[in-house]
Write a protein that binds this ligand. Structure first.
Ligand code: PMP
Length: 382
């Protein structure tokens, strides 16, 4: 009864969302802070004053939103936690300043970066070439490879969880392949510098697309957006789900040169040709227009993260230097599964993967300071 291609599907397993009990939920890298009050205002205004627009198809080109995203990136340099806010004016840290102006035709938006990534896989990765990706990275990449029948060439990580960048580039050249990885990477939380990404781009095949997934970059990573000036094969994927406190909005985007944006738009227009819904477009635009609010949220998350990391180190945990809104940790002699279960019994959900090589690790999202203090009290008993 089922089509043969169904055999290739291995659906993604998200962080659990149990309904039986109220948990503190720090297992899906969501932001503990709500969207800006300006988002609420814009959505309420839309519903109260423009309800008839829900009866019409949304703007297919999402022009307002693309302009708002481009403006936000130019103002922040693409890294919220380092951006400066002075009397409501937002400016990038000099280290992040982009050496050109990002324009709306360099933006593509979709229903969460998961959907955006799916179209990227379809548009750029072929079934007769192995896609280069780290062995441990976002676990949706292998799922899409199954969906689109794209062979994968996973590259093991170094013992300290950093990416083997030279090996990745070497294999990309040997196989004439595209490359994808998250930067900072998940679940390891470590980031490559822009120079390291530049070195990879210099050596990687120029006629193959090179994708950097920046879902977490706003929490202290280095964005590759400035590299778009020199590398026409670079695609940067980003999301509203983490630093823009909008996982429930389902809003994600690409920053790339217009030719590649057009290719992804062609894929979208051949499948579900309307963009994200009208309310999400309004909410996402309002979020970009109040980026100062999100800069403060990102700074708070980073502060809480550093406090939690020092707690972990004091208590004998091995923890990576995180450039994200989560930490990746283990303790010698502590069984990862038991630790996860003990924390859950005490009312907090964290994430653990059954994947070989990382079974003993926990990936814990940074919540509010209060939530993390509760977690610390539980972990002290472990
Ligand atoms: N990329 C990475 C690296 C992620 O961890 C996630 C979140 N699970 C996503 C993309 C997708 O996020 P969303 O679809 O919510 O934009």
């Amino acid at each position: 009864m089922l089509a043969n291609r169904m055999n290739n599907l291995k659906p993604y397993v998200p962080g659990e969302q149990p309904k039986d009990r109220e948990y503190i939920k720090i297992n899906a890298n969501e932001n503990p802070y709500p969207p800006s009050p300006k988002v609420k205002e814009a959505v309420v205004d839309f519903v109260e004053n423009n309800l008839e627009k829900l009866g019409l198809y949304p703007d297919p080109d999402s022009l307002d939103l693309h302009a708002a995203i481009a403006d936000m990136i130019n103002k922040t340099g693409g890294v919220l936690s380092r951006a400066r806010v002075d009397n409501g004016e937002v400016t990038p840290d000099p280290k992040d300043k982009i050496p050109f102006t990002v324009t709306p035709d360099m933006i593509y938006t979709g229903n969460g970066s998961d959907e955006v990534l799916s179209f990227v896989f379809y548009a750029f990765f072929d079934s007769d070439k192995k896609l280069i990706c780290p062995e441990h990275s976002y676990s949706f990449y292998p799922v899409y490879c199954g969906f689109y029948d794209i062979p994968r060439l996973p590259v093991e990580l170094n013992d300290d969880w950093t990416l083997k960048t030279d090996k990745m580039v070497q294999l990309a050249n040997e196989n004439h392949s595209s490359t994808i990885f998250a930067n900072p990477n998940a679940p390891t939380s470590l980031g490559l510098t822009r120079e390291q990404v530049r070195e990879m781009l210099v050596k990687a095949p120029k006629d193959q697309v090179f994708v950097v997934d920046e879902a977490y970059v706003d929490f202290g990573g280095e964005s590759s957006i400035p590299l778009l000036k020199d590398f026409k094969n670079l695609v940067v994927v980003r999301t509203f789900s983490k630093s823009l406190c909008g996982a429930g909005m389902r809003s994600g985007y690409i920053v790339a040169n217009p030719e590649l944006i057009n290719a992804v738009t062609t894929v979208k227009n051949s499948l579900n040709h309307f963009p994200m819904d009208a309310v999400t477009q309004v909410a996402s635009t309002a979020a970009c227009n109040d980026v100062a609010y999100y800069v403060e949220c990102a700074k708070k998350v980073c502060q809480t993260r550093e406090d939690f990391i020092s707690f972990l180190k004091k208590n004998g945990y091995q923890v990576n230097d995180s450039k994200t809104n989560f930490v990746f940790l283990k303790k010698n002699g502590l069984d990862g599964k038991k630790a996860y279960e003990f924390i859950k019994e005490n009312g907090i959900l964290v994430r653990r993967f059954d994947t070989p090589g990382i079974e003993e690790y926990l990936r814990i999202t940074i919540g509010t300071q209060e939530q993390m203090d509760k977690l610390k009290a539980i972990m002290e008993k472990l």
